[in-house]
Design a protein around this ligand. Structure first.
Ligand code: SF4
Length: 240
């Protein structure tokens, strides 16, 4: 039977090398000292394998690698999950990253060789000042452009971009989409995180003013309703 979920998303909770203004990852970090025994890792991988088989049985063929930021997870762990997915018949392995480490062509080549054949990256501005302001990481915009170039140079590897409407970029959403289109990549506009009440981030101050995207803008951006997913935390075994 075909699943309503379109992917299995494996989370790597090892923090992030950026600090986006709206993100809680670094404000409520998971523990980063996942110094588990071989036996504990084996159990976590057994559980993941079983989940992969259930998802494959439902017709799911896409594995997402998510975060926090998956490229800061130990390489052996990322490699092991990618290899297991290939063994279990997943044909698409998409890494969801902030793009910072993907500016390094050698690192990107290593991921592709390991089995990653798709990337999904965020763009928060059409200028370095705005993008870097949102990520709170100087140089992240130029790293992103380099990452896009590196990925596009890889045949058979897909690239998806998205942005979210914020007060900081609300005047340039169209330019973000058209700028990325000029680079030959589709950029979707996603909705802002809803119902977030965490007091460590002033969400009302970050949200775009009365943002109501025009239908055509969304159509132009190629936005489509994405399917659901099942998430597995590789370090705790939680399924949610
Ligand atoms: S890149 Fe992602 S995980 Fe990292 S701070 Fe930004 S939103 Fe959070």
């Amino acid at each position: 039977m075909k699943s309503t979920e379109d992917r299995l998303l494996v989370s790597f909770p090892f923090g992030c090398n950026m600090d986006c203004v709206f993100c809680l990852r670094n404000r409520h970090p998971y523990r980063s000292d996942f110094d588990l025994s071989e036996k504990q890792w084996r159990r976590l991988f057994d559980r993941l394998r079983a989940l992969m088989r259930v998802m494959r049985g439902r017709g799911v063929t896409t594995l997402g690698l998510g975060g926090d930021e998956p490229t800061v997870a130990p390489e052996w762990l990322l490699d092991a999950v990618i290899a297991l997915a290939a063994k279990e018949g997943f044909t698409k392995t998409e890494l969801m990253s902030n793009g910072l480490k993907l500016r390094d062509g050698k690192y990107l080549a290593r991921l592709v060789k390991a089995g990653v054949n798709g990337f999904a990256l965020p763009v928060y501005g059409s200028t370095a000042a705005v993008h870097d302001g949102v990520t709170q990481k100087k140089g992240s915009y130029s790293a992103l452009l380099r990452a896009i170039k590196n990925i596009k140079a890889r045949p058979g590897v897909s690239l998806k971009l998205h942005t979210i409407p914020l007060k900081a970029n609300q005047e340039m959403l169209g330019e973000i989409v058209s700028g990325m289109r000029r680079l030959g990549v589709k950029c979707e506009i996603w909705g802002f995180i809803k119902n977030v009440t965490d007091t460590q981030v002033n969400y009302p101050a970050l949200m775009a003013d009365g943002f109501a995207p025009r239908r055509q803008e969304l159509v132009d951006s190629g936005m489509k309703k994405s399917g659901g997913f099942v998430r597995y935390n590789i370090c705790t075994g939680e399924i949610y």
